[in-house]
Design a protein around this ligand. Structure first.
Ligand SMILES: *Cc1c(COP(=O)(O)O)cnc(C)c1O
Length: 297
C-alpha cells in the first residue's frame, strides 16, 4: 500500500495559539509525498463503486497541476483500473511535473482546449466508451463528500469548537459538515474569487437524513486575487509557517486557509476559549509551478 493513513496525526500550531485560542492541525498531507490528503478521501467511494460495477476505465478532469488528477492516477493503479485524465490545455506545452507523475502511474492523458473544457458534459458525451466510470472534477458529488466525512473519524475530534478548511468545489467541506457533531461550527475559506454560489453547492451535498447538522459558513476575501493566485506576502507567510512549525503548505489551498485563520484570530473572530482544528488537506502540487528555490520545503 502506497498510502499511509496511520501517518495522520494532530499537531498543535504555536503560531496560531494565543489570545485564548488553541489551534491544532490535522495533518492529512502526511499520507503520501505526492498524493493530496483530501483527494484521496474524496476518491475512496467512487473507487468502491467503480469496482462494484466492474468499470474498465476511470475518467476525470483537471488542470496541469491538479491534485485530483494525480491522486486518481495512483488510486486507479492501486485498484487495478486504467485511468484517463482530460486535461485543460494544449498537448504541445511541456508537461508539468504533476502530469509526468500521473503518466508514471499509468494514466492516459487527453488534452482539451480551454473553451471546450468548460462543457464537461460534452466531453463525456464525445469520449465515453462502454464500461467507463466518470468521476466529476475535483471529486464533487455525494460519494466525494461521504469519503471526506471519514476525515473527522481518524482521531477523536469531538472536543474542537471549530473545524476549518480550504474550499474549492466544497466537497470536503460538505463531508466535514456531515461528519461533525451538531455543537461544532465548520468554517470554509474559499480559494476562488467571489464564488458566492458555493454555499448552495455545498448545501446540495449535505446529508439531511442523519440528524441535526453543525452550523457552517464559507468566508470570502482570502483568495489573494483568485484561484492559484499568490503574492510575495503569501509566500513569505508560508516560509514563516515552515520555520516555526515545520508545516509545509501550498499557495493554492492550505496557505490561504492558514493565513486566513491567522488573520481571523488577530481580528478576534473566534470567542476566547475556542479550540480550532485546521484540516491540512495535503495537495502540494501547485507549488511545483514555482521556481524550485522559492520555498524551503
Ligand atoms: C482540492 C483541494 C482542496 C479543496 O477541496 P474541495 O473538496 O474541492 O473543496 C483543498 N485543499 C487541497 C490541498 C486540495 O488539493
Amino acid at each position: 500500500m502506497l498510502i499511509n493513513i496511520q501517518n495522520i496525526h494532530i499537531q498543535s500550531v504555536k503560531m496560531l495559539s494565543h489570545q485564548g485560542i488553541q489551534t491544532d492541525m490535522l495533518r492529512l498531507d502526511l499520507i503520501h509525498s505526492v498524493i493530496s490528503g483530501n483527494k484521496w478521501f474524496k476518491l475512496k467511494y467512487y473507487l468502491t463503486e467503480a469496482l462494484t460495477v466492474n468499470a474498465t476505465k476511470l475518467a476525470s478532469f483537471g488542470g496541469a497541476y491538479s491534485n485530483h488528477i494525480v491522486a486518481l492516477a495512483l488510486a486507479g493503479k492501486e485498484a487495478g483500473i486504467p485511468t484517463v485524465g482530460f486535461i485543460r490545455g494544449d498537448a504541445d506545452t511541456p508537461l508539468s511535473p504533476t502530469l509526468e507523475e500521473a503518466i508514471s502511474y499509468g494514466m492516459e492523458l487527453q488534452f482539451i482546449s480551454r473553451t471546450a473544457y468548460r462543457d464537461k458534459k460534452q466531453i463525456q458525451d464525445r469520449y465515453h466508451q462502454s464500461g467507463w466510470y466518470w468521476i466529476p472534477e475535483g471529486g464533487y458529488g455525494s460519494l466525494g463528500a461521504k469519503g471526506a466525512a471519514d476525515i473527522l473519524h481518524l482521531h477523536d475530534t469531538n472536543s474542537y469548537s471549530h473545524i476549518l478548511c480550504a474550499v474549492g468545489t466544497g466537497t470536503m467541506m460538505a463531508g466535514l459538515i456531515n461528519g461533525a457533531n451538531a455543537l461544532q461550527e465548520i468554517i470554509g475559506i474559499s480559494v476562488l474569487k467571489h464564488h458566492f454560489s458555493i454555499t448552495k453547492e455545498i448545501g446540495q451535498l449535505i446529508d439531511l437524513s442523519s440528524g441535526k447538522k453543525p452550523a457552517f459558513q464559507c468566508l470570502h476575501g482570502y483568495d489573494w486575487g483568485g484561484y492559484a493566485k499568490h503574492t510575495p506576502e503569501l509566500l513569505s507567510f508560508m516560509r514563516q509557517l515552515w520555520q516555526s512549525e515545520k508545516i509545509p503548505t501550498d499557495f493554492v489551498y492550505t496557505a490561504k486557509l492558514t493565513y486566513a485563520i491567522h488573520d481571523l484570530i488577530e481580528k478576534k473572530f473566534f470567542p476566547t476559549g475556542s479550540r480550532l482544528l485546521l484540516i491540512h488537506s495535503g495537495g502540494l502540487q501547485g507549488n511545483r509551478s514555482l521556481p524550485s528555490h522559492i520555498l524551503p520545503f
